[in-house]
Each structure stands twice: as structure tokens, then as C-alpha cells.
Design a protein around this ligand. Structure first.
Ligand code: SAM
Length: 217
């Protein structure tokens, strides 16, 4: 498992990770963490939880990973780890996850969430503790008008989450309990860098959020 520490990337062994993980009661994973801001805020708020931010592209998270790895006295966060990994090759060491976040995905992560990809959803479900909470938010801007990246990908919405999309999630063990378009306050509360990029030109119905539980507690 590749841990990003700034410019340096370190291979973490199963033993090292188990020793580290053992000190925390909860494990929160932010997939497609981007520059890692959301994971950083979670780790600051919940010092008893180990927070893992992972992304297929390590470059944007290097700076925050360097700060997180500093000593606590110098502003570091000992309960925050950034990994270089893709959702398709989800790190096997991440098990017993208590909360999963996927915010504003794009590329193959967007496709896995929206199509959805049953293999990816099932693998993530296996990595979670029974009854783990999840939160997914999708920026719908690429569908208005449709850009090449989303051609062939149906626009998700509350109706599809109550229909075929929700059924596909349920088949993989994910129960969608709430869904809806996020208002500006809810978007700001996500505290990601990406949401602030949506800017003041944001239209109503631009961000879909859905949440629920994976497996049964
Ligand atoms: C629009 S950014 C959102 C970043 C962050 N979640 C936020 O809200 O600010 C989408 C992120 O998904 C990552 N991503 C795309 N495909 C991925 C995959 N297959 N596995 C993991 N991360 C992926 C990209 O590298 C990018 O950092």
C-alpha cells in the first residue's frame, strides 16, 4: 500500500498498518480525495478516527500529505493518511471501514458510482464493517450540457436512486436511505476544494447527494 508523504511515497507493510490502525476505533475513507481537504477536515474533527484519503493521482494531495505527516506540534495530524490508490485496485489492507465518502468523482470513479460498477461496489462493501455509513455526492454539471466524458452515462437523480440505480446499489449491499439535490449550505458543509470551484454560477440541482448504509449492523 503506497502512502504519500509529500514528494516521498512509502510502501506500508501489513504489520505497520495493523499496528497503526489498532490505535483507532473508527476508519473513515475518502475515495478520490483530490487535494485531500475533506479528509483533512474529518481528521481534525475526529481525532479518535483514522482517516484515509486516497486518490489514483497523488500529485494534488502531496502538499497536504506533507503537512499531515509533520509532528503534531508543527500542525501535523497523526490520524490522517493519504494513499496513492485507485478504487478499482482498492488497498486490501483497508478493512472494517466504518464510513466511506466519495465526493465529486470524475473519470473512472464517476463511472463506477453512476453506471454503477457492481464489482467496485461489491469490493468496497467487503472492505466495510457491517452497517458502515456512506456518502456520495455527484457534480451534475457535466450533463448540462453533456460533455464527452458522460456520453452514455445516465444522469443520476433521486428518481433513479429510487429505481434502477438504487436497485443496483442494493444488489451490492448498499442501501440508499436519503437522496436529494444539495443546497449551497449543504455543499459548503462538505468542505472540499472542488465544491468551492462550483462558484457563484452554481445552478439549482447541480449536485446530487445520497447516503445510507452498507451491509447490516
Ligand atoms: C473532481 S475531483 C474531486 C476531489 C475531491 N473529492 C473534492 O471533492 O474536492 C475527482 C477526483 O477523483 C479522482 N479519481 C478519478 N478516478 C479515480 C479512481 N478510479 N480511483 C480513485 N480516484 C479517482 C481524481 O484523481 C480526482 O482527484
Amino acid at each position: 500500500m503506497r502512502r504519500v508523504l509529500g514528494k516521498t511515497v512509502l510502501e506500508v507493510s501489513p504489520g505497520e498498518f495493523a499496528a497503526f490502525r489498532g490505535g483507532y476505533s473508527a476508519l473513515i475513507v475518502d475515495i478520490g480525495t483530490g487535494d485531500g481537504k475533506h479528509a483533512w477536515e474529518l481528521a481534525r474533527e475526529q481525532p479518535d478516527a483514522l482517516v484515509v484519503g486516497l486518490d489514483a493521482n497523488p500529485d494534488r494531495l502531496r502538499e497536504r500529505a506533507r503537512k499531515a505527516a509533520a509532528a503534531s506540534a508543527r500542525g501535523g495530524l497523526p490520524n490522517l493518511v493519504y494513499l496513492w490508490a485507485s478504487v478499482e485496485r482498492f488497498p486490501a489492507l483497508l478493512t472494517g471501514i466504518s464510513e466511506l465518502h466519495i465526493l465529486m468523482p470524475w473519470g473512472s470513479l464517476l463511472e463506477a458510482v453512476v453506471r454503477p460498477d457492481p464489482a467496485v461496489l461489491a469490493a468496497l462493501a467487503r472492505a466495510c464493517a457491517p452497517g458502515a455509513r456512506f456518502l456520495v455526492t455527484v457534480n451534475l454539471h457535466p450533463w448540462h450540457p453533456e460533455v464527452p466524458e458522460v456520453v452514455g452515462l445516465p444522469e443520476p437523480g433521486p428518481a433513479s436512486l429510487e429505481g434502477t440505480l438504487g436497485e443496483a446499489y442494493a444488489a451490492a449491499g448498499w442501501t440508499v436511505e436519503e437522496s436529494g439535490y444539495l443546497d449551497p449550505e449543504a455543499i459548503a458543509a462538505l468542505r472540499t476544494s472542488w465544491t468551492s470551484r462550483l462558484g457563484s454560477s452554481r445552478r439549482e440541482f447541480e449536485v446530487l447527494g445520497f447516503s445510507g448504509r452498507i451491509g447490516s449492523p
